[in-house]
Ligand binder design. Structure first.
Ligand code: GDP
Ligand code: MN
Length: 396
């Protein structure tokens, strides 16, 4: 589950990670009130207005702007709220901005220079260990840094039996070229950040930039936080942080009826039982020259009701030009699935896209007969390749 920057920062702060302070606002009026409150708390009269959408690169798209007085706060907030923000990470249509974070300006001049770093905490799947990935090159695309100057990216892996040790945090601060107060602050920051990552059951923290202020404080200026949904039962207070406006509406609906559905860009809808077979089906469609329109695992019970729900979800995507149903009947018998497909098809009445059904396993022959004799415009197949070829035929 992805969070907004302001929500991620709240979680970081609750574990003692220093953050750039801010208050979220739904309209220009609230933004001005937020700015006034921040000024009374922090003394700064400059603020940054930051679009809250689930996408990075907001600065580049005009979604992060500096306001030097209350009039500018009002104008900029009014401009950003309601805009469709296009960034390198959104589609060409962009993402509608519903709210902004009004934050204290932390790039104030002082005795030393400000400095931006990159830091993320994530699981290294290769070693099965959490790691801190960090770089002196903050504030820019980490992908570009990885490509052009990979030697400026460092990693620190954590042994799960002892957790992050203080010497490791000191090594991070050292590699970032810090000394004195900033070194101590960074050590504290890294320890707190790792504690926050583990205790919030997150699967990704990306803080870009981590800022060294001109008075040598270390703080999170941005926060991309992804919470592991499978751990939400341990964090009842995080459940409400989900913002459905940011998610794909078909995926949200599928989740409500218990289907594992992921929307993709192609034109062949897939209905499959089991995630592994679903992946293989997508591969085969692609190999036969098509493009999958979705990933859909209907799970163990492929009865008529479930097949109908799956049909409805798949057909919500207007790009779908054919549907491939690929079901292995192990515990659930193929003839029951076939009957389910036929019943759902009749119930829905108006399915216009061609459907190819491949049923394999227990009673597959009876299932094929049922489909072939149903009188419906459903093509049956027994072999995997045969099914993919039929999909290509109906598309061309
Ligand atoms: P992103 O573009 O979506 O990654 O959004 P960020 O939160 O990282 O903000 C983008 C950029 O805005 C940062 O890299 C900073 O350079 C700049 N920025 C953020 N906060 C402040 C601030 O308080 N003052 C100034 N002057 N710039 C800021
Ligand atoms: Mn950023």
């Amino acid at each position: 589950m992805n969070l907004h920057e302001y929500q991620g920062k709240e979680i970081l702060s609750s574990f003692g990670v220093r953050i750039q302070r801010g208050i979220v606002a739904q309209n220009a009026h609230e933004a001005v009130a937020a700015a006034k409150q921040l000024t009374s708390e922090t003394g700064t009269s400059w603020h940054v207005i930051k679009a809250q959408v689930h996408a990075g690169g907001r600065g580049k798209g005009g979604g992060v702007k500096l306001a030097k007085n209350l009039q500018e706060v009002e104008d900029i907030a009014g401009q950003i709220i309601g805009m469709d923000l296009v960034t390198p990470q959104t589609s060409a249509e962009g993402k509608r901005v519903h709210q902004v974070l009004v934050a204290e300006d932390v790039y104030y001049p002082g005795e030393s220079e400000t400095d931006e770093f990159y830091m993320s905490v994530l699981l290294n799947r290769g070693t099965g260990r959490n790691m801190i990935m960090y770089s002196t090159e903050g504030g820019m695309d980490i992908e570009t840094v990885a490509e052009e100057t990979p030697h400026l990216i460092f990693t620190e892996e954590v042994d799960p039996s002892v957790g992050l040790l203080p010497f490791q945090a000191r090594r991070v601060a050292f590699n970032l070229g810090l000394s004195g107060l900033a070194f101590k602050e960074m050590t504290k920051f890294v320890m707190a950040l790792y504690t926050a990552y583990v205790n919030s059951d997150s699967s990704l923290f990306e803080i870009n930039p981590v800022l060294k202020t001109s008075d040598n404080k270390i703080m999170a200026v941005d926060a991309k936080v992804t919470i592991d949904e499978n751990a939400l039962y341990r964090h009842k207070d995080y459940v409400d942080l989900r913002d459905l406006r940011e998610e794909n509406p078909i995926e949200v609906e599928a989740k409500e009826v218990g289907l594992n559905y992921v929307d993709l860009d192609g034109n062949v809808g897939c209905m499959v039982n089991g995630a592994g077979l679903a992946m293989a089906t997508m591969d085969l469609i692609k190999q036969a020259g098509g493009e999958p329109a979705n990933f859909l695992d209907v799970g163990g019970t492929a009865d008529a009701a479930r097949v109908e729900q799956a049909f409805k979800i798949i057909l919500k995507d207007p790009a779908v030009k054919a549907i491939l149903i690929n079901i292995f009947g192990g515990i659930v018998r193929c003839d029951r699935v076939a009957q389910g497909v036929i019943d759902a098809y009749k119930n829905m009445g108006n399915i216009e896209v061609p459907i190819i059904v491949r049923l394999q396993g227990t009673n597959a022959d009876i299932a094929k007969e049922l489909i072939d004799n149903s009188g419906l415009a459903v093509l049956s197949a027994t072999e995997f390749q045969e099914a993919a070829d039929k999909v290509q035929e109906v598309l061309s």
